[in-house]
Design a protein. Structure first.
Length: 242
């Protein structure tokens, strides 16, 4: 005669307790994982946008040497930017939409009510974009965006690493550069004096504790160095996870 040991299953209470524990652990870890993924995407987008911009500028170095302050056209951009946009060096999302004003597809940082959606580095919504460099306007084929203009006695280039995607915050997905008029070198804002502008004071222009209306405009150099401006023991992108 064979004897079988009785097999006892889980009670409903045990199953519910286990599911509850799994739910608590998930609630604690998933937001962190999502934040890490979001920031990693911003980092990858920044590196790609920077590389694309550097490669696009190389052929123009000799062509526009010493002539960066050419007459401004109707789009508010110099002949340099006109060549950068139209020369095939930047791949736009829809070149058939190109118009006389030099704009391919305008990226608007406003909601349906016309309210501004741009944030500073600390996450505060701004009433308007930074005055001189403004914001990127041209949507590129990869979904990122770029803008360039001569304004306030200097040439500016702005990038948005994910275009219409969030968070639309300066120093997070929106970054600013200048261009050295003699060497055509791309100058990451925050590095030092550019033209007669200086955004090197990170306590003002790149800090979670700053209340300045241009907070974030000086973060580009920190992003390239990959150093957190508020805690130099961390990488730049680790600080954005917080």
């Amino acid at each position: 005669m064979k004897y079988y040991k009785s097999r006892r299953g889980f009670t409903l209470a045990e199953v519910l307790i286990t599911l509850g524990i799994i739910g608590i652990v998930a609630a604690m870890t998933i937001p962190t994982l999502i934040a890490k993924y979001r920031v990693k995407s911003l980092e990858s987008g920044f590196k790609k946008s920077y590389s694309t911009l550097m490669q696009a500028l190389i052929p123009l170095q000799n062509e526009f040497y010493g002539s960066m302050t050419d007459t401004i056209n109707n789009a508010g951009e110099t002949a340099f930017f006109d060549a950068l946009w139209k020369g095939g060096r930047i791949s736009f999302s829809d070149i058939s939409n190109f118009g006389h004003d030099g704009i391919y597809m305008i990226l608007k940082y406003k909601d349906s009510d016309g309210n501004n959606l741009i944030k500073d580095y600390a996450g505060n919504t701004l009433e308007q974009a930074p005055g001189c460099p403004q914001v990127p306007r041209h949507i590129l084929a990869d979904g990122s965006a770029i803008g360039g203009r001569y304004n306030c006695f200097a040439n500016w280039i702005s990038i948005d690493v994910n275009g219409s995607g969030g968070p639309n915050a300066i120093g997070h997905d929106i970054f600013y550069f200048g261009i050295n008029n003699n060497t055509r070198r791309l100058v990451p804002l925050g590095e030092g004096t550019y033209s007669f502008w200086n955004y090197a004071d990170h306590n003002t222009y790149c800090s979670k504790n700053s209340t300045d209306v241009q907070n974030g405009i000086g973060c580009t150099s920190w992003a390239l160095k990959n150093v957190c401006p508020d805690d130099e023991t961390k990488t730049y992108w680790e600080c954005l996870e917080q």
